[in-house]
Design a protein around this ligand. Structure first.
Ligand code: MRU
Length: 358
């Protein structure tokens, strides 16, 4: 049964100034259950990022920023020096929640930086600045997604069939989405499109979350197993592939959800355009190539304990490996869409320009 909620009417993450607390959609329960939970402590925020209650690079960046705002509000510090100590400790904890998405560090650094600018105005000014800046980031995120949607929708024609990996929609951001935001914009422009949704093992963000969103937007779609994507690409009926990113190196190499690399290889082999959609906050110009991007390896139980007939799929003595992301070489990426426009190879120049423009 469809959940009694439309994601288009609500943000994935919202600040409640009364408690104070952060309200987030528990994405682990979807699509079976729609539940909002309140996070009151920075420790709870870090845990929610790590256990993927909140997930998706832009969403975790903003969530971490609000986590730091909570730390500022809750700190018993009576001096500015003391407050910095508490904020730095909270930032270290939040930063370690998930290593691959640069948005996490970017969000924390941005909030800390503006708080430092208010340092001369005293404790309550710093605390207010933390909240205001996190809120600004949340608002900006939606505007940026809508802008990427407009740029990227130009790459989609009426009647196109697309493949999409993981979840890059409203749930992965504050609202609207990155790659899925482009698909939404094309749909809102009246283009008829069909989306093949990679189920995205092992956490099934595609089958659980992307399909749930597409259903609410009335966008025509079919869920496919991840390993079926190559088959569909080889049949000649796919017009393009759209993915998001957790970090993009200066040369255009992309870290994204595990399985993205295989999808890019299959797209390349079949000469199907492969597009990556991400805000400039996902671009890490300090890294020359994807080889330097840290890849999160998650608990093997996520692979082993998936259920089949009500039982874990794997023998109890088996072990597993569970990298959450992989690196796709820039040579396989047709274009990268940011809020600054469409960047094409050579990415060393075009991405630097996009960051400067943004
Ligand atoms: O592990 P997740 O679900 O946080 O991974 C999400 C992705 O890989 C997304 O493609 C990426 O964060 C971009 S989301 C707009």
């Amino acid at each position: 049964m469809r959940a009694p909620f439309c994601v288009m009417k609500m943000r994935t993450i919202s600040w409640n100034p009364k408690s104070p607390s952060l309200q987030v959609i528990d994405q682990r329960l979807l699509p079976a259950e729609f539940k909002i939970i309140e996070l009151h402590q920075p420790e709870e925020v870090a845990a929610a990022i790590h256990n993927m209650t909140v997930r998706g690079a832009p969403a975790i960046g903003v969530t971490a920023a609000f986590g730091l705002a909570l730390a500022g509000m809750l700190s018993p510090a009576k001096t500015v020096k003391h407050l910095w100590v508490d904020l730095e400790a909270a930032a270290t904890l939040l930063r370690s929640a998930r290593p691959t998405a640069i948005n996490l560090s970017w969000g924390l650094d941005r909030v800390l930086q503006t708080a430092h600018e208010a340092a001369d105005n005293g404790l309550s000014a710093i605390r207010q600045r933390l909240v205001d800046e996190a809120q600004r980031m949340a608002d900006d995120d939606i505007a940026i997604n809508r802008s990427m949607g407009k740029h990227g929708a130009a790459l989609i024609a009426n009647g196109d069939t697309l493949i999409h990996h993981c979840n890059t929609g409203a749930l992965a951001t504050v609202d609207y989405g990155t790659a899925l935001g482009v698909i939404r914009t094309a749909h809102e422009q009246g283009k008829e499109i069909h989306v093949l949704v990679d189920e995205t093992r092992p956490r099934l963000q595609g089958a659980r979350l992307t399909a749930w969103e597409l259903d609410q937007y009335n966008i025509d779609h079919d869920i496919i197993t991840d390993n079926a994507a190559g088959y569909f690409l080889s049949q000649g009926n796919i017009n393009s592939v759209f993915v998001g990113a957790d970090r993009i190196a200066a040369n255009g190499d992309i870290a994204n959800k595990i399985g993205t690399y295989m999808l890019a290889l299959a797209a390349n082999d079949n000469r199907v355009p492969f597009y990556c959609v991400a805000p400039t906050s996902t671009i890490d110009l300090s890294l020359q190539s994807g080889k330097q991007i840290p890849i999160e390896e998650r608990d093997p139980s996520e692979v082993l304990n998936l259920q089949c007939n009500g039982k874990p799929i794997a023998p109890s003595n088996s072990t597993a490996r569970n990298p959450a992301f992989d690196i796709t070489s820039h040579t396989l990426v047709t274009a990268i869409i940011t809020e600054a426009g469409i960047s094409r190879p050579p990415y060393l120049q075009s991405l630097a320009k996009a960051v400067e423009k943004a």
